[in-house]
Design a protein around this ligand. Structure first.
Ligand code: FAD
Length: 393
């Protein structure tokens, strides 16, 4: 059997695993990425989603020297409008206080393309595609990932293999999970009015509908919609001819970006959330969706994965400077202590937010209306909410 030796092994080369590899290679480590997909490029990448990058995440990319290239691919968010049912009850956040943006929208595919190109040129990173992990073993100081034909031997293993993590299955790490029995319809489209760098989040009875401004690449304005609703209804919308779909979307978007001209793409994603009860196993840490996934109501899942990475990066830097081996028990525990609580909080907040805005009882509706009007008047509370969304302290 072929043997490959590296300092750090990463299972999963998605949006978190690939960035983790690039980041840790910058600290001088030899990194191997194990990816089950046959090709490490974006040619067959079908995901048309966008990511709302928070200010906290931007600061991290600045630190590792990637932000300058990323920002040319992003649309800045200068304003966020949160709307409860209709435009008469809305909350507005802007960037005046911090003199920074409220977030940045990037297409998943543009981000991956940028990272994959850098990985291809990086001599410290080895990518093994089309791999099917069968087992995980140990000797005294190493972890060994085994497929049918290859063994990868390293000090530290990072599981970045998404919400249905195979690594988690092999270790039998317990986790909580919740199925929302809903889907998210993700659409990209062009529209008649300038979005003016504003993101809109409508809270409807059946779930939120977000309009995220996208970078203008042609002469048209474009945005992306993430609409949570019952699975059957969204399947019905997906099959509907675009002319009829546009009529429904025009009504739901309430003229915020004018009328919808052309639907460029539409896809459906199932909604479920989970949280591992611990974020480590022997010589292994879980990062990104392999550790946690959330309702996309606040657009924070990937951002929290980057927060995991920021903490991991700092711990690894410290261990390296002290000359201590990576992956031992105290290393893994320190990682858990830095990350678990943040994820637990976000799991609770996104879940409760979804429930609050779904409630239809007259008393609750009045309370919500009262809440939204008052938050507008309480600057301190409003600032706290905007800091949470931006993930800055
Ligand atoms: C509708 C929707 C909208 C969202 N919008 C936002 C947003 O605006 N902002 C935000 O922060 N987050 C958002 N998220 C969450 C975000 O998409 C995820 O948190 C993010 O994609 C997780 O990245 P990941 O790399 O951890 O997992 P994944 O993207 O799932 O990548 C996992 C990788 O591991 C590979 N893999 C899987 N199994 C194996 C195996 N056995 N062996 C080897 N490789 C394997 C996969 O092929 C894949 O490449 C959204 C989610 C949804 C559903």
């Amino acid at each position: 059997m072929k043997e490959i030796h590296s300092d750090i092994n990463i299972v999963g080369g998605g949006l978190i695993g690939s960035i983790t590899a690039l980041c840790l290679s910058k600290l001088g480590f030899k990194v191997t990425i194990l990816e089950k997909k046959p090709n490490f490029n974006c040619k067959n990448y079908k995901d048309q989603r966008t990511i709302a990058i928070s200010e906290g995440t931007k600061i991290f990319f600045d630190k590792i020297g990637l932000w300058n290239e990323m920002k040319s691919l992003c649309q800045f968010i200068e304003k966020i409008k949160v709307i409860d049912r209709d435009l008469s009850n809305q909350l507005e956040f802007d960037n005046a206080r911090r003199k920074s943006n409220l977030g940045y929208i990037i297409k998943n595919i543009d981000l991956l393309n940028l990272i994959y190109l850098k990985i291809k040129k990086n001599r410290n990173i080895k990518v093994i595609n089309n791999i099917h992990i069968k087992d995980i073993q140990f000797d005294s100081e190493k972890i060994i990932i085994c497929s049918e034909s290859i063994k990868i031997i390293s000090d530290l293993n990072i599981a970045a293999d998404g919400k249905f993590s195979k690594v988690r299955k092999i270790f039998k790490t317990p986790y909580y999970s919740k199925n929302y029995n809903k889907n998210a319809l993700v659409l990209t489209f062009t529209h008649s009015k300038d979005h003016k760098s504003t993101a809109f989040e409508f809270f409807y009875k059946n779930g939120p509908l977000a309009i995220l401004p996208m970078k203008k690449t042609t002469k048209n304005f474009s945005s992306s919609i993430v609409w949570t609703h019952n699975s059957e209804y969204l399947e019905f919308l997906l099959e509907l001819e675009n002319k009829k779909l546009k009529t429904i979307l025009n009504e739901k978007t309430q003229d915020c970006v004018g009328s919808i001209n052309k639907i460029i793409s539409k896809q459906i994603f199932p909604l479920n959330a989970h949280l591992n009860t611990r974020f480590f196993e022997k010589r292994t840490v879980y990062i990104g969706d392999s550790a946690h996934s959330f309702h996309p109501i606040a657009g924070q899942g990937w951002n929290l994965g980057i927060n995991d990475l920021n903490n991991l990066y700092e711990i690894i830097k410290k261990y390296k400077s002290l000359g201590i081996e990576l992956g031992n028990k105290s290393f893994c525990k320190e990682y858990q202590n830095k990350n678990f609580y943040n994820s637990y909080t976000l799991y609770q907040v996104t879940d409760k937010l979804d429930s609050i805005f779904k409630l239809q009882y007259p008393f609750i509706e009045k309370l919500r209306f009262f809440g939204i009007s008052n938050i507008n008047n309480f600057k301190k509370l409003k600032n706290k909410i905007s800091d949470f969304a931006m993930r800055v302290n």
